[in-house]
Write a protein that binds this ligand. Sequence first.
Ligand code: HPA
Length: 285
Amino acid sequence: MAAKRKSGSSEFARAERAAKFILSKTKLRPRIGLVLGSGLGAFADEFSGATRIDYKKIPHFPVSTAIGHAGKLVIGKVGDVAVAGMQGRVHFYEGYSMQDVAFPMRVFGRMGIRAVILTNAAGGINTGYKQGCLVVIRDHINLFGANPCIGPNDERLGPRFFDMTTAYHKPYGNAAVEEGKRLGLNIYEGTYCIIGGPSYETAAEIRAMRALGADLAGMSTIPEVIAARHMGIKVLGISCVTNMAAGVLDQPINHQEVLETGERVKGQFVALLRAVIPRMAKDVA
Ligand code: HPA
């Protein structure tokens, strides 16, 4: 049985409706989707031959309330690769359910997207990281506890039980590390962890996360990764360390600083995405 939702229709039917609406606005048929987190949305303004669609026009699509999120889906080309880029995402701290947060991945899946790049801003738990560095996410720890696949499973979206040992597609991660090094970027690899937000973590929470093996603290991405893997979509995750996590430095965490670091590193982040996209495109062609 399909999960029944607020509108009365199944998640599958709602995703199908949103996907059809989006594809009716463009001739492009992207196989790669991007979620551009805080401050990175401007990358989608550089897509060529772009069609821009306000989230609020897309049936059932959740609309972001976060500052610095444009709330548009941009379908266009990066070089000669067609992509669909989300300028901003919704988070559960905005009051959305895990299913709502993951819904854009459902739509991506129904659009024929086979690979996603999920980006975010994160706090650096690993003391080897530096503020402003980029980290390829190799694995995650979900301390939030909830999961977008809770509820009756719809086999049309994916199986009831599915593997998460290789949630982050290794060859994509390797390609990102290689391209990052080639570009001379400060690039690392690590495990991403969320509690949920919107409060930043306490220093004790960060120590606990470090003891568990986490390198990065964030507030997003994991629900999208789970839904993507449920549908068999391959995932590359990249974090920008906008600040060192709570207690790492002897100073409080300041949202303004998080935004400013994201802004400062944006050029490097975009260069990395531009380098990785053609390599992923070969895989999903
Ligand atoms: N913690 C959680 N999420 C974040 C952080 C942080 O320190 N910085 C940016 N996003």
